[in-house]
Design a protein around this ligand. Structure first.
Ligand code: FHN
Length: 433
């Protein structure tokens, strides 16, 4: 009798356990190796493009501001970037030393740069007609650049999305978020199955109609379509520079700022080569020094840099931006070892230098000379066996009280000069100093 009761109890517990397991949904996550592979690329191109380039104002935000709503929403009827050449855009990224490219397939204004079946507000109904997303995906594949897609979460043009003018609530409508989210999933199914992006860059999460629950639902849905797609953290809610209760996504996304050194949470800073995200005539462009030091500090902080260009209304990228990108690429041809597939640290980036590391190598990206020697805090338990410019000549140093490296009168590169240190241990295991 006792044995029967005992068996009954065991059976009840087992069944309850199984039910409990079934009721708590398994939360599919992006495999860590996919995120690590993404982070090893370190440098990518961000492209903000759409009919708004016809006005040279900011994509999405200039709607109902510099450009009246009806005028903005009709721009696609004249949108004809006839000089658009996907191979040229991808070549500009490749020549810059960028490993991946992210195109705004759909930004906050709701216009789709691919011939979607779920909205008539798309490229096939413009004079241009051609599939800009599809042609870029093909060109990336051909040139060995990893293809990624930006997709807005909010859509001020969509009838089912309650907010139509972020500056004036009186234009809000009841909307139908269930229908909106279902359509978003259908569009994502199209984008993932037709163009096979490695990463999806969501944005526009901050408005009231969007919830963490919708974010989780869309994240899970994407995982059922392609489990390996890397997803940024703008599907959830809250501050995108840190993981919090509301977060949904695989990595942090500081914007227009270099993220803080973080050896645990993957992050990617998105920064414009000029000021505006979409093309703006005569917009001020960053110097080569600023571009290179931004890249070095980003890698030195253990993060990726997604560097943005806004092509012009005729479909070409500005020649001066392509030239600047190529200059970055020449530097990376020389110094890419210190950037790609490295870890940030062990020293925190600062105004004088940043550091990266791989195996028994530490790379110092030196921005300026603060005297005849570069002085670094000692690294406990570590012995430097060799020091020299990555580009060649050896450098003399002492390491009895802190590290002192003797520098020549002029640095080999006026923007960023890289010193390579060989040490007697695995540099990636050194705690951040
Ligand atoms: O509103 C957008 C903006 O237009 C641009 O796309 C940037 C890129 O990260 N994100 C949003 C602003 O946070």
């Amino acid at each position: 009798m006792k044995k029967r009761i005992f068996l009954l109890i065991i059976t009840v517990f087992t069944v309850c356990g199984a039910i409990a397991q079934q009721s708590t949904p398994t939360f599919l996550k992006t495999p860590k190796d996919k995120i690590d592979q993404f982070m090893d690329m370190r440098f990518g191109m961000f492209i903000h493009f759409g009919p708004v380039t016809l006005r040279g104002t900011e994509i999405g935000w200039s709607r109902n501001q510099q450009v009246a709503q009806d005028d903005y929403d009709s721009l696609y009827k004249e949108f004809n970037p006839a000089l658009f050449n996907a191979d040229a855009w991808v070549k500009a990224a490749k020549d810059a030393g960028m490993k991946y490219l992210t195109i705004t397939a759909k930004h906050h204004d709701g216009f789709c740069l691919w011939p979607t079946s779920y909205s008539g507000y798309n490229i096939s109904n413009s004079p241009f007609k051609r599939d800009i997303v599809g042609e870029l995906a093909k060109a990336c594949k051909k040139q060995g650049i990893v293809f990624c897609i930006y997709c807005t979460v909010l859509d001020w043009h969509d009838a089912d999305y309650p907010i139509h003018n972020p500056n004036d609530k009186k234009f809000n409508v009841k909307g139908d978020m269930r229908a909106f989210v279902n359509r978003m999933k259908n569009e994502l199914h199209e984008l993932i199955t037709n163009y096979k992006p490695t990463m999806l860059w969501f944005d526009g999460f901050w408005e009231e109609p969007w919830t963490k629950e919708y974010g989780q639902e869309v994240y899970q849905y994407i995982k059922t379509v392609d489990p390996s797609v890397v997803i940024n953290n703008r599907l959830g809610k809250g501050d995108p520079t840190k993981f919090s209760e509301g977060s949904v996504g695989d990595y942090l996304t500081p914007e227009q700022q270099i993220g803080k050194l973080d050896m645990v949470n993957p992050w990617e800073s998105c920064i414009t080569i000029c000021n505006q995200w979409a093309w703006k005539p005569n917009d001020s462009m960053k110097s080569l020094k600023e571009c290179l030091q931004t890249l070095a500090k980003t890698a030195g902080g253990n993060g990726n840099l997604l560097f943005n260009v806004g092509p012009m209304m005729d479909g070409r990228m500005e020649a001066r931006q392509v030239k600047r990108l190529a200059e970055i690429g020449s530097w990376l041809k020389q110094n890419g070892t210190a950037i790609y597939s490295t870890k940030g640290g062990p020293y925190k980036p600062n105004d004088s230098y940043a550091t990266t590391r791989k195996g028994n190598k530490i790379y110092i990206e030196l921005f300026k000379k603060d005297g005849a020697m570069l002085t670094l805090p000692a690294i406990p338990g570590i012995k430097i066996t060799k020091a020299g410019w990555l580009s060649g000549n050896a450098l003399t140093f002492t390491q009895n009280d802190g590290i002192k490296i003797n520098l020549p009168d002029t640095l080999p590169d006026e923007n960023v000069s890289v010193i390579e240190l060989d040490i007697d241990k695995n540099a990636e295991l050194i705690p951040v100093i």
